[in-house]
Ligand binder design. Structure first.
Ligand code: SAH
Length: 252
């Protein structure tokens, strides 16, 4: 049984208890060294074999994991955040299926949730946005044509843009072209929950310049929308005139 583990956004204390136990028990660890905080592996057994997948292609990753698994070793594959978000995770699971090797997945705290935490924001404010779009810019790898940033912007939903800190000019002009007002608030969070975390706030009109000035080109998330503003309705959930399954309203 190979365990895929979401390592969380950076702070090693944001690893799940289950993820930590499996890492600490592992004989072979394959981790995404470009993004996973090495501190997440600090509890690994002495003599555990550690591979950085940044230097490996898919065949090599599968080879290392399947060989170890067949030798009866405990194998973990550690991804940043949660493997389900831009983790290139499916292709590994499919290869293990072909090989008849069992695996499971331990979820992690995705960087987009850590970003909300460090911004002390809520993505789904009543009357502002009840929808969250996770996406990325078209860069070296394409995005399906129906998911162009301009088209997604039309919804005025909360937008979380991965893998795109190097293209801030293009990103903001596309969102404005799609109908977001230039004064829409934006935050760029670099390395959320790491010791060198940085937060840059601005609007679609000025964020690209601010991010350039800050020298941020990678490992950052861009979040866009009026959820970053202060204008919203209180939730019905805690409204004293609104009944819920747990709480009766004023007149019973
Ligand atoms: N599976 C990961 C995302 C991997 S894609 C997750 O769930 O978070 C890599 C991209 O994620 C980076 O380019 C950046 O946009 C974002 N990212 C990962 N860790 C981050 C962090 N600590 N702070 C801000 N953005 C982060």
């Amino acid at each position: 049984m190979i365990h895929f583990i979401g390592a969380g956004p950076g702070d090693p204390e944001l690893l799940t208890i289950k993820g930590k136990r499996l890492i600490d028990e592992a004989d072979v660890i394959v981790y995404a060294g470009s993004l996973v905080n090495p501190k997440v592996l600090e509890g690994a057994k002495e003599g555990a074999e550690i591979h950085d997948s940044a230097y490996m292609d898919l065949d090599q990753v599968i080879e290392v994991m399947s060989t170890a698994e067949r030798q009866g070793k405990k194998v973990v594959r550690v991804h940043t955040g949660d493997p389900a978000v831009y983790g290139a995770h499916r292709e590994q699971m499919d290869r293990l299926d072909e090989l008849g090797i069992e695996y499971d997945v331990v979820p992690g705290v995705s960087s987009f949730l850590a970003t909300a935490a460090v911004l002390k924001s809520e993505y789904t404010l009543p009357d502002v946005s009840q929808t969250v779009i996770l996406t990325r810019m078209e860069g070296r790898t394409p995005v399906p044509p129906r998911e162009k940033l301009e088209d997604l912007a039309k919804h005025h939903a909360t937008m979380i843009i991965f893998l795109s800190a190097g293209f801030m000019d293009e990103l903001s002009s596309k969102l404005i072209a799609g109908g977001y007002e230039p004064e829409t608030p934006v935050a760029v969070v670099y390395k959320a929950t790491w010791p060198d975390q940085r937060i840059v706030r601005g609007t679609l009109a000025d964020i690209a310049g601010k991010v350039r000035e800050a020298g941020i080109t990678r490992t950052a998330l861009t979040v866009v929308g009026w959820f970053l503003g202060d204008d919203y309705q209180l939730s019905k959930l805690y409204d004293k005139n609104f009944t819920t399954g747990y709480r009766k309203g004023l007149d019973g």
